[in-house]
Write a protein that binds this ligand. Structure first.
Ligand code: PLP
Length: 414
């Protein structure tokens, strides 16, 4: 919830920019005048008398009632994230996945149809293609980059298009404005998972999307501390559909985690810029290494959607890159896998973990971790080969990171 009348707003001059909103938007300070936002660890709020309590429970008076659906710390995070995305409203959730669950449960009903990119986050595919199908919501999965496939998948009952860009781990970029046009032409909504770019680089609502999904676990927190999520979108749908569902279903964000994300947002744009710069430098260097077969990074001119990405992502490639280490052609998938493991195991700085969005650079082997539950055929269809390594670049010194990868790349044996 972002904009309950009766709960005051921070008094900022009109037209202030993203960096100012990132450190200022929220709620006014309490009478104590704290400069850093307070953490309200309380499950409920006290009312002056029974009649006021009744009015507040009946939504006749705006006030904080119970932390499952109203908490000042959580509201500060919601208002700040909404401001960064240019959204009317935002609702925080316990995780990125529960943000997607809240969105589809709140907007859709049995008999509705969803179109989703086949390259989205694995749990999103399981949630839409598996769990939601049990409740009569059917999803068609289409190409990330071929807009014609999205248009061809439309049905009279299509209510939602769901996209994520760039994708993990191959950084494929879809055209948000084109998908918004297709959705709106069919009377459907477009939701975009903006996890990889964050509003510091990409604002999907400005490109025509209706909803933005966030895993706050990644760049919004930015230091790998909490699980969090959020949905940003129009006031009417958030207040009218998602807040009541949150009140009944309860996938709420802990105020403690909301506070961590709130403070993370203050440094989001400088982190994203710094991490993007490091990722670009690393990607450019990897492209020149004789043991590297291919580099996937939207900031490289060799990326198939480079121009679209630069237009859509504020001229920056983001902090995630992937590359294929040589080996497949010489010794098949087994040698490719051995080479990838050697490069990963030779690092002494990078954290070997499938998480991303941390200040600590992480390195992972997608085909045996994030995509390990797929069959080898499914993996190959998705372009996830045994030689593929994903690096989510943090704030480590880029020369140190280069040396960390070079150690393994320079010592590969056949
Ligand atoms: C991590 C992630 C999610 C899920 O977020 P959680 O906070 O882990 O539930 C959704 N989408 C993308 C793109 C992600 O990377």
């Amino acid at each position: 919830m972002s904009d309950k009348p009766g709960i005051p707003r921070v008094d900022l001059p009109p037209g202030v920019h993203l960096d100012t909103l990132a450190v200022r938007e929220g709620l006014p300070a309490t009478p104590w005048g704290e400069n850093s936002e307070a953490l309200f660890l309380t499950s409920s709020f006290v009312h002056p008398d029974a009649a006021t309590a009744a009015a507040r429970f009946a939504n006749e008076e705006e006030a904080f009632v119970y932390t499952r659906f109203t908490n000042p710390t959580t509201m500060m995070m919601e208002r700040r994230l909404a401001a960064l995305e240019g959204a009317e409203a935002c609702i925080a959730t316990a995780s990125g996945m529960s943000a997607i669950l809240l969105l589809v449960m709140g907007l859709l009903k049995a008999g509705d149809h969803v179109i989703c990119s086949q390259s989205v986050f694995g749990s999103t595919i399981k949630l839409l293609g598996g769990e939601m199908a049990k409740f009569g919501v059917e999803t068609t999965f289409v190409s990330q980059t071929d807009v014609a496939q999205w248009r061809a998948a439309l049905r009279p009952n299509t209510r939602l298009l769901f996209a994520e860009t760039p994708t993990n781990p191959l950084t494929e970029v879809c055209d948000i404005a084109a998908l918004a046009g297709i959705a709106h032409g069919a009377g459907a909504w477009l939701a975009v998972d903006n996890c990889f770019c964050s509003p510091a680089l990409q604002q999907p609502l400005q490109l025509g999307a209706d909803f933005v999904i966030h895993s706050g676990t990644k760049y919004l927190d930015g230091q790998g501390r909490v699980i969090a999520g959020a949905v940003c979108g129009p006031q009417a749908e958030i207040e009218g559909k998602l807040v009541p569902l949150m009140r009944s279903a309860g996938m709420c964000l802990s105020p403690f985690n909301a506070w961590v994300v709130l403070k993370g947002l203050e440094t989001l744009s400088i982190r994203m810029r710094a991490q993007s710069e490091r990722a670009l430098a690393l990607a450019q260097w990897l492209q020149t290494h004789p043991q590297v077969e291919r580099v996937y990074y939207p900031g490289l001119a060799s990326h198939p959607q480079h121009e679209l990405a630069m237009r859509q992502q504020n001229g920056q490639g983001g902090a995630v890159l992937s590359f294929i280490v040589k080996g497949q052609a010489q010794g098949g998938p087994e040698l490719a896998r051995r080479h990838a493991f050697h490069v990963i195991d030779s690092t002494r700085i990078c954290s070997i973990t499938a998480n991303l969005g941390d200040t600590k650079t992480t390195i992972t082997h997608p085909s045996s971790t994030s995509h390990g539950r797929l069959s080898e055929d499914q993996r190959l269809a998705a372009g996830i080969t045994q030689g593929l390594i994903r690096v989510a670049v943090g704030l480590d010194d880029v020369q140190d990171l280069q040396a960390d990868l070079q150690r393994g790349l320079d010592t590969l044996t056949t």
